[in-house]
Design a protein around this ligand. Structure first.
Ligand code: BG6
Length: 473
């Protein structure tokens, strides 16, 4: 649909930016923090680990001042579960609790709205050792941690996110999830973990509504727009299969408290069905989000099968792609999309898919939406005068924001946009060299240098954009 006039971004729109605790804070073992699964993971020696990261733990006051200068209306960050509870459960660490008091006070002092993720990939190691998300006791531990966060910070935090990208943790369990190497029957284990995380999320949402009636809480999955490779009906089925398993499984459970039929049949066919009780399903039905947060980086394209000869060309070649985790070739095959460009890391660039995604989520659930991640990972370089000319990032963000405005004009209720990331931080598995921030952090993979902060060109661009409430793209 083409419009003569676009709807403006609504007044009070939450222009923001995001980080996560383990990727930004560093101080991995300071002030009583316990280790998390990330601290025990092994990373390639040539890449940065997460021990210092961006040193946000020690430099948060300066960083928040920069975010205020940037003009952020909201700042999304996560609480490191093992900073509050070093053992995951057990005794509260007062120094960890104090850190988030200081951080939230500082954010509020600058008039910024905190948007808090409870759990962003960093399960406490002590919980992992006793079975992690395979053990139902982790559900209770998460609820306790969430209740503590609500009680400690709920007087200053109005927006909460439960679990970051639960779908990626399940679909890519071996890379960012909690699947110990060598686990027998990994997929079945992961879908059981998924069920437990869903229950934990439902309990956290119920607790939030009980303790903080004015606050709002929602899930934060990674949603990708899924295209069929061609107009062949079989490819349309493959795309529908993939969207049901990759995207909607997680939001259907969070919003409607039920497994969708396709995802359920997939799990049944493959022998991945989790163990479920009637009481658990009724708990899932009781836990209701107030909004949906989602992370969008790119679309995916799938086919039912691959072309056998040149005559059936047009269905593309098979690919491996970050947005295509957990591929099962009997259900869908990821293929190249010749209509799209890539970034330096081979991720597709698809701003139009962003608009489609907004529409799909909104039409399916009719809840307000907020984007909690979207951004361009790139090898930025620090040039003379400490300048970073990240024009590609500006182009990426501006193309995506234009599509957001179209989605708003389409009628999608969208109340915020938080690109990844507020400041440079360590990528999940590709080091600090893959940068996303508006602020450059002066360090390399192994050389910490002085960790000084420099505003990139995109910083000034986003500052102007926020000031004009999205008019000056
Ligand atoms: C999201 C995660 O999957 O994508 C972030 O929530 C992550 O933690 C971001 O950093 C970008 O991915 P990557 O792998 O480039 O760091």
């Amino acid at each position: 649909m083409h419009y003569q006039t676009l709807a403006p971004f609504p007044p009070g729109f939450l222009w923001g930016a995001s980080t996560s605790a383990y990727q930004a804070e560093g101080a991995w073992n300071e002030d009583g923090k316990g280790p998390s699964v990330i601290d025990r993971a092994v990373f390639p020696p040539e890449l940065s680990d997460f021990t210092v990261a961006s040193d946000h733990y020690h430099r948060f006051a300066g960083d928040i001042a920069l975010f205020a200068e940037l003009g952020l209306k909201t700042y999304r960050f996560s609480i490191a579960w093992s900073r509050l509870y070093p053992e995951g459960d057990g005794a509260l660490n007062p120094e960890g609790a104090a850190f988030y008091h200081r951080l939230i006070d500082e954010i509020r002092r600058h008039g910024i709205e905190p948007l808090v993720t409870l759990y962003h990939f960093d399960l406490p190691w002590a919980l992992q050792q006793r079975g992690g998300w395979s053990d139902p006791r982790t559900i209770g531990a998460f609820e306790r941690f969430a209740r503590t966060a609500f009680k400690l910070y709920g007087d200053r935090v109005n927006y909460w996110l439960t679990i970051n990208e639960q779908n990626m943790m399940i679909l890519k369990g071996d890379v960012i999830g909690t699947l110990p190497p060598g686990t027998p029957d990994p997929q079945r284990t992961l879908y059981q973990q998924n069920h437990h995380m869903m229950l934990a999320q439902a309990r956290a949402m119920i607790a939030c509504h009980e303790l903080l009636p004015a606050a709002k809480i929602g899930p934060a999955p990674n949603i990708s727009c899924v295209y069929p490779a061609t107009s062949r009906p079989e490819d349309a089925v493959a795309a529908n299969n993939y969207a049901s398993i990759r995207n909607w499984l997680y939001l259907d459970l969070a919003c409607h408290g039920r497994y969708n039929a396709v995802a359920w049949s997939f799990m049944a066919e493959k022998g991945f069905l989790p163990h479920i009780t009637a009481d658990e399903m009724s708990l899932l039905a009781q836990g209701r989000p107030d909004f949906i947060a989602f992370n969008y980086y790119a679309s995916t394209t799938v086919a039912a099968d691959l072309p056998l000869d040149n005559h059936s060309a047009g269905r593309g070649r098979e690919i491996e792609d970050r947005q295509l985790p957990g591929m099962d070739r009997s259900v869908y095959i990821g293929v190249d999309n010749p209509h799209l460009e890539h970034n330096q890391f081979g991720w597709y660039l698809d701003p139009v898919g962003f608009r489609v995604t907004c529409r799909e989520i909104y039409e399916r659930y009719h809840l307000p939406l907020i984007v909690t991640e979207n951004g361009l990972g790139a090898f930025d370089t620090l040039e003379a005068g400490n300048k970073v000319h990240d024009d590609e990032r500006i182009r990426y963000l501006s193309d995506h924001i234009r599509q957001l405005q179209l989605a708003i004009t389409d009628g999608v209720r969208l109340f915020g946009y938080c690109p990844w990331s507020a400041i440079d931080l360590v990528s999940t598995h590709q080091g600090i060299g893959k940068r996303y921030g508006f602020v450059y952090v002066n360090r390399d993979e192994r050389d910490l240098k002085d960790l000084a902060r420099f505003r990139k060109k995109s910083f000034f661009w986003y500052q102007r954009l926020i000031k004009s409430n999205g008019r000056r793209l």
